[in-house]
Design a protein around this ligand. Structure first.
Ligand code: ZN
Length: 157
């Protein structure tokens, strides 16, 4: 079990798409454990596997920063199947230390995923949790919040 090194921009792995996970076992369990440990050590509310160099569709979230074990969310091969409303807030990223940008995201999302044992589940998320889910899913597609800032600049000229 280990606190891993979090990759920072412009590391190329952060801009690549991750692949689906098909086998579940002790290795998956260890990956999830290490991701949580690394996320808590960095005081983050979410961490995606590619941020530690693993190109797998896996992310962990805990919007309570470790205060409530029941708030731990493990998302494997996740997909947003419903989204509604809007929320705008300043967002940061553990891979872009000391930098924040305002981003508009869906207020509510329904996400479909597998847990660390490979069991399918669906979850409704709102507010900060919905924001974290969208942020981490972006990482699995190789999208970073700095891309949002760039496209905003293009719009405003
Ligand atoms: Zn991030």
């Amino acid at each position: 079990m280990a606190v891993l090194k979090i990759l920072r921009v412009p590391e190329q792995k952060l801009y690549q798409k991750s692949g689906a996970i098909y086998s579940f076992g002790p290795l998956t369990h260890n990956m999830v454990f290490d991701l949580f440990e690394t996320m808590y050590a960095a005081h983050g509310v979410g961490l995606a596997a590619p941020q530690v160099g693993w190109m797998d569709r896996l992310a962990v979230i805990d919007v309570t920063c470790g205060d409530d074990e029941a708030a731990r969310v493990v998302l494997i091969n996740p997909k947003i199947i419903e989204a509604e409303g809007e929320q705008e807030a300043e967002e940061g990223c553990l891979s872009i230390p000391g930098w924040k940008t305002r981003i508009t995201r869906s207020f509510r999302v329904r996400v479909k995923a597998k847990d660390e044992r490979g069991k399918n589940f669906e979850m409704d998320c709102e507010g900060l949790l919905a924001r974290a889910v969208q942020h981490e899913l972006d990482h699995l597609s190789g999208r970073l919040i700095s891309r949002f800032a760039m496209s905003n600049q293009e719009i405003s000229g």
